[in-house]
Design a protein around this ligand. Structure first.
Ligand code: FAD
Ligand code: NAG
Length: 604
């Protein structure tokens, strides 16, 4: 958090500086033309628009935050459904519920949002942005188009091409600032506005497309300007300029690199060859940025590129700082990787300097012996007090005070895919005892989330998505037994293909089921979609029930809604299909009682 504030402060210092430098023309003796002044004005409009959006979101976010805080305080240590306070918070505000239903939580059109469009099992063509996301992106695009055309002199051929060329060029570099800022996992807006990295990633991709289009338009204006003014000789001029001028040469390299980035970044490529995509992407970005830097030599707009580079540099430094902070000092971080049934591994990390474990955290894992230069995001599923791997016994948890101590081990459950995770699984499986130890580095934690202000919490998970929900279950049961939350009912719905997947979290479930007062609050519903026999599906107790097949998400939510206590949080982490079902089921019912929807996606 401190890091985010620092970087934000730095950014806040850099941006106006960059803008001011751009408008004053740096130190060069330079008198801006009328068209130049117009471009500066448009840069200012753009910057003000960004500031206004951030400010509006900030107010929205912190109002919600405050509301949740009040709701939690009001319901500490009070009774259940007969209590007027919980009842008060279970009633939705009609207008806000409508907005949530038709805008904030809405998919673009009907139902589809995170279920991928697939050409085949391996070819992922992408997902559809949500309705609000789409509106934002269209709005931004419209603004950029408007800024590209207003106050351009359409009557005079020469000034039309000159104005158009300069305008598109200026806007392209200006947009590089948010483009670079939003690409980072340490982007302070994530924490400040409570918007997830995958949303910023979406915006990053679209601003990137806008930058490429503007850069291409910039080139096109230049070329067609030459041809329009000089006819056949224009082509000759272009050739001469390409060969002789550094300005034109670097511009050409830059625009080619931009086009290269556009061509190598569609969803299909990204998802199929993520590591290759990432490395080529970074290499092309370096080429493009370097070329644009030289291209803008002695022009005030170079300050924009500088601001973008500074955003990038701060983000990289923060990553490095997190890596050093977590993994050094007290030895280095060690990982034990254990193969589990059902194509998964459990990674137990003895982190050199552990942090305060909270639900909703994820880390980036580096494991040089498995994949050099790779880092992959994983949710932290569990944390324990342990001094060494050899001392398996867990310390008695007195008041189940999971809040107090810093944890020394952090555990992940990782499902085998085809790259890094596959290597990890194969290596563990072929090691003696099905496990191996190695040096690892963790970068994080990123994100956190609390449902403690909700009276009723429904957690949906499919497969390995359970890693996101287990910490919530532990957090809520512990907070309940300590009288520290508004939560009175927790329902965990976990959909798995076969009962062997239960192994993934068995030791943790045993601990949770042994927690104080858990029977009063927790219900677990397991759905086995491909049981080998009906004998496999049996319900051990009233609070843990097993069913064959897939759940009817709507019916499950409806059932809890009928006896809802306080406000309800519905969270989902799993396949895009499940997430879309839960989203729809929540939207269909959120006008009857207070209900919020939360989605955690494991991809972008
Ligand atoms: C916030 C978050 C939390 C996650 N938590 C878990 C978890 O607890 N358990 C779990 O099993 N999985 C989790 N994932 C998914 C996990 O990161 C990917 O399955 C893993 O990176 C795949 O690695 P691979 O090389 O085997 O991938 P591949 O088989 O090569 O690709 C599989 C998919 O993973 C995506 N992917 C690959 N590398 C990365 C990367 N570095 N960053 C982002 N996406 C990538 C690709 O786009 C592709 O769609 C999480 C993802 C995110 C974003
Ligand atoms: C376009 O930009 C260049 C470089 O800053 C400048 O020299 C030129 O005067 C500008 N032309 C117009 C029409 O704005």
């Amino acid at each position: 958090m401190r890091a985010a504030i620092t970087s934000l402060a730095l950014l806040a210092a850099v941006l106006p500086q960059a803008l001011a430098e751009a408008s004053s023309g740096g130190s060069e003796a330079y008198t801006p033309s009328a068209a130049d002044l117009e471009n500066i004005r448009i840069c200012k409009y753009t910057a003000w628009t960004w500031a206004a959006i951030v400010a509006a979101l900030l107010v929205y976010r912190w109002t919600l935050h405050l509301l949740r805080h009040v709701r939690q305080l009001a319901n500490l240590n009070h009774g259940t459904s007969s209590d007027g306070r919980q009842r008060y918070f279970s009633l939705p505000d009609e207008n806000f519920a409508m907005v949530k239903r038709s805008l904030i939580n809405a998919p673009l059109i009907n139902k589809r949002h995170n279920r991928e469009f697939k050409l085949s099992a391996a070819m992922n063509v992408g997902t559809l942005p949500g309705r609000l996301q789409t509106l934002f992106l269209l709005g931004y695009l419209a603004m950029q188009v408007a800024f590209c055309v207003i106050t351009i002199n359409w009557n005079d051929t020469k000034s039309f091409y000159d104005d158009g060329r300069n305008r598109t060029g200026v806007l392209a570099v200006l947009n590089m600032i948010p483009l670079f800022l939003l690409a980072g996992r340490n982007n302070p807006l994530i924490w400040l506005l409570g918007i997830s990295f995958d949303t910023y990633n979406l915006v990053h991709r679209w601003i990137g497309r806008i930058v490429v289009i503007e850069a291409v338009a910039h080139t096109a204006f230049w070329m067609s300007g030459k041809i329009a003014l000089m006819g056949g000789k224009g082509w000759l001029m272009i050739e001469v300029a390409m060969a002789g001028s550094q300005l034109i040469l670097t511009g050409t390299i830059g625009v080619c690199a931009f086009i290269g980035i556009l061509l190598q970044s569609p969803s299909v490529v990204r998802h199929a060859f993520y590591e290759t995509f990432l490395h080529v992407h970074i290499a092309l970005v370096i080429v493009a940025t370097g070329a644009v830097w030289v291209h803008l030599k002695s022009l005030p707009q170079q300050a924009f590129v500088l601001a973008a580079i500074i955003c990038w540099a701060i983000e990289r430094l923060l990553r490095l700082w997190r890596l050093v902070r977590n993994n050094t000092g007290n030895g280095v971080t060690k990982a034990e990787i254990e193969a589990l049934p059902g194509d998964a591994v459990r990674v137990t990390l003895r982190v050199a300097k552990p942090w305060k474990f909270q639900p909703g955290q994820h880390v980036y894992l580096y494991m040089p012996s498995v994949g050099l230069l790779q880092s992959h995001p994983f949710s932290v599923a569990w944390s324990d007090e342990q001094t060494d791997f050899s001392t398996e016994k867990s310390l008695p948890m007195a008041r189940q005070d999971i809040f107090a101590a810093r944890k020394t081990t952090m555990s992940l459950i990782i499902r085998r895919r085809t790259g890094f995770t596959d290597k990890m699984f194969t290596k563990a499986e072929s090691s003696p005892g099905g496990k191996f130890s190695t040096t690892a580095f963790v970068e994080g934690p990123y994100g956190n989330q609390s449902f403690q202000s909700y009276g009723t919490v429904m957690l949906f998970a499919a497969g390995v998505g359970i890693t996101h929900q287990v910490p919530h279950v532990r957090d809520l049961v512990a907070a309940y037994s300590n009288g520290m939350c508004a939560t009175r009912k927790v329902v965990l719905v976990w959909i798995i293909q076969s009962p062997e997947h239960l192994e993934w979290i068995r030791p943790w479930m045993t601990q949770i089921l042994g927690m104080d007062k858990r029977r009063d609050i927790l219900k677990i519903l397991l759905f086995i979609t491909r049981p080998r026999s009906t004998k496999e599906v049996h319900s051990p107790s009233a609070s843990v029930q097993m069913f064959p097949g897939k759940p009817d998400v709507g019916a499950l939510i409806e059932k809890e809604q009928a006896t809802q206590v306080g406000a309800m949080a519905v969270s989902v982490c799993g396949t895009g299909g499940l997430a879309d079902d839960v989203r729809k089921a929540t939207r269909d019912r959120c006008q009857r009682t207070e209900m919020d929807f939360f989605e955690e996606a494991f991809s972008w």
